[in-house]
Design a protein around this ligand. Structure first.
Ligand code: ADP
Ligand code: MG
Length: 551
């Protein structure tokens, strides 16, 4: 066939497929939720494009998803009447991995001894279908398009793209059909009870009807297709929310926090947001993009509207507005005052929900802090207005060996202690042996040990908590004298003060221009000397990180 063109997969895709084919991974069910999730995205995109171009749907089939098991042919087909893909889109979207999070994930998979467990934890999109199929055929017609193209692959190195047969082209009037030629050990996916089990577990919240199509009998809808966030809180259980989280966020973990409410007043909108309990792979992407989905009256508009500030980019879910226009353009998303208002109000609400969680459900709050604390701390220098609230939320490992809030720290202040002390560095272990801790230790004074890269940044601003300034032990002007020494150390033994002036003069002379000053300090007890930054210059640790980045 001269019209058939072969293409090779991007290297990462081949690697991923290799891993999948050779894995002994047993949780293969996820392929179905990935394909249904893609079908649902395609229906969302169609509904959105049809706002401006209603002829795309016209009097054709409303957007829906069909699952068709065929025991004779040994195939399972997932079909949607969504947006479809043209030839170039088939090549681009089903031949590469665009999302860098997934790329990072594939690398992790390849490195891990048994990385296969990770597949079930995060999912790998379309390509997961190769866990159950030894050949996949994708037939697609872009909405409004006249051409129908067929993509085929048996995994391995590449895929082929060719014009579809006349029969296929007549059948696929809009959208995409994905035909899985099932492996021998994946035949169970032809059983309707298996299909229903998986759809109910993971895809029940998909907004579009999912129809099970069998050779005999009428197609039957197997999901509830409701906009769960529009329902009242009182009729929903924790399990309903957990399911909604998984299908809305395409997530595999349990939500550590759920926030569901309806705002009424000047603007009306429904909010259903979740905090995951595990870290995704793209958390520290430079783009720092959030993924909260914007809906307008149940129609998906975009997940690119930056509905959360960057330091809350891990929050997932939906905001569904009653008043925004359906035909929101990119520019309107940027500048719409109503959207700005919603952003602000929801951010405040998320933070107060985190505060409540910290009080009432420390276990789940800890999961969030463990996974996303380093991200939330970005808010300490980005969100001036909410800085105090964020400081109160923050948890720190201290020299006590425990994780503490600043409230707890302040409750444990020593006699005459008026400041909160911290030290920034690479690792807790290295910080613990830092000589700058000695004077604090001798007085039983607790010190925050900060080891996230972001710590060097937010601590460079002058901050206070509860009226107590935060002070770095690696900066100059710390005076521990007023705080009584509680632990006896070699430094307690009387020192001949007379020698001090001589010693200092000697050191100054030999160090010359390398230092700005040499001083006697009470901050050390067992070490002889240490280097500190001046009180007004940048923190030494910040200097170090900046010099690393400049390299
Ligand atoms: P993701 O859904 O996270 O983008 P996938 O690997 O699941 O990653 O899918 C890759 C891309 O392939 C999608 O972003 C989409 O552009 C395209 N795609 C997959 N399935 C469909 C479909 N049924 N209809 C239209 N486009 C699809
Ligand atoms: Mg997908």
């Amino acid at each position: 066939d001269t019209a058939t063109v072969s293409h090779s997969f991007q290297a990462e895709v081949s690697e991923l497929l290799h891993l999948m084919v050779h894995s002994v991974y047993s949780e293969t069910d996820i392929f179905l939720r990935e394909l249904v999730s893609n079908a649902s995205d395609a229906c969302d995109k169609l509904r959105y494009e049809a706002i401006a171009r209603p002829e795309l749907i016209g009097d054709g089939e409303p957007p829906q998803i069909r699952i068709i098991p065929d025991k004779t042919a040994n195939t399972l087909t997932i079909a949607d009447s969504g947006i479809g893909m043209d030839r170039q889109e088939l090549i681009d979207h089903l031949g590469t991995i665009a999302r860098s999070g997934t790329k990072a994930f594939v690398q992790k998979l390849a490195e891990a001894k048994d990385g296969t467990g990770l597949i079930g934890q995060f999912g790998v999109g379309f390509y997961s279908a190769f866990m159950v199929a030894d050949r996949i055929t994708v037939i697609s017609r872009r909405a409004g398009g006249s051409e129908v193209w067929t993509w085929t692959s048996s995994g391995g190195a590449g895929f082929e793209v060719a014009p579809s047969s006349e029969e296929d082209a007549n059948r696929v009037t809009r959208g995409t059909e994905i035909v899985l030629h099932l492996k021998d050990d994946a035949k169970k996916y032809l059983e309707t009870y298996e299909i229903e089990r998986i759809v109910t577990a993971y895809s029940d919240n998909i907004q579009f009807p999912i129809m099970l199509v069998q050779p005999e009998g009428e197609p039957r809808q197997i999901n509830s297709a409701s906009a769960l966030w529009q329902r009242s809180k009182s009729e929903l259980s924790a399990e309903d929310y957990a399911k909604a989280y998984k299908s809305i966020a395409n997530a595999f973990d349990e939500p550590a926090m759920t926030l569901h409410y309806r705002a009424e007043g000047r603007y009306s909108y429904a909010v259903l947001l979740f905090a995951p309990s595990t870290k995704p792979f793209d958390l520290f992407e430079p783009a720092r993009k959030g993924k909260v989905k914007l809906y307008v009256r149940r129609v998906f508009i975009t997940d690119d509207a930056d509905l959360m500030p960057a330091y809350l980019r891990f929050i997932r879910g939906v905001i569904d507005s009653e008043d925004l226009p359906l035909n929101l353009s990119r520019e309107m998303l940027q500048n719409n005052p109503q959207l700005a208002q919603i952003r602000k109000a929801v951010t405040t609400r998320v933070i107060s929900e985190l505060e409540q969680l910290a009080e009432k459900d420390a276990e789940n709050f800890d999961k969030i802090w463990e996974s996303f604390g380093a991200v939330i701390k970005e808010g300490l220098y980005e969100d001036f207005e909410r800085r105090d609230k964020l400081l109160a939320l923050a948890r720190f490992i201290t020299t006590s060996g425990e994780k503490r809030s600043l409230k707890q720290y302040v409750e444990g202040l020593k006699e005459n202690q008026t400041e909160i002390y911290f030290l920034v560095g690479d690792s807790i272990e290295r910080l613990k042996s830092n000589p700058r801790l000695e004077a604090a230790k001798a007085r039983g004074v607790e010190v925050l040990l900060l080891t996230d890269p972001v710590d060097a940044f937010w601590t460079s601003a002058r901050l206070e908590f509860d009226g107590k300034p935060l002070k770095s032990l690696s900066q100059g002007d710390i005076n521990f004298d007023p705080i009584p020494v509680t632990e006896s150390t070699p430094a307690d033994e009387a020192q001949p003060a007379a020698d001090e002036a001589n010693t200092i003069a000697l050191i100054k002379a030999s160090l010359g221009d390398h230092v700005t000053d040499v001083k006697v300090s009470t901050r050390l007890t067992t070490s002889a000397s240490c280097l500190v930054a001046g009180s007004h210059g940048p923190d030494r640790e910040l200097e170090r990180i900046l010099s690393q980045q400049a390299r």
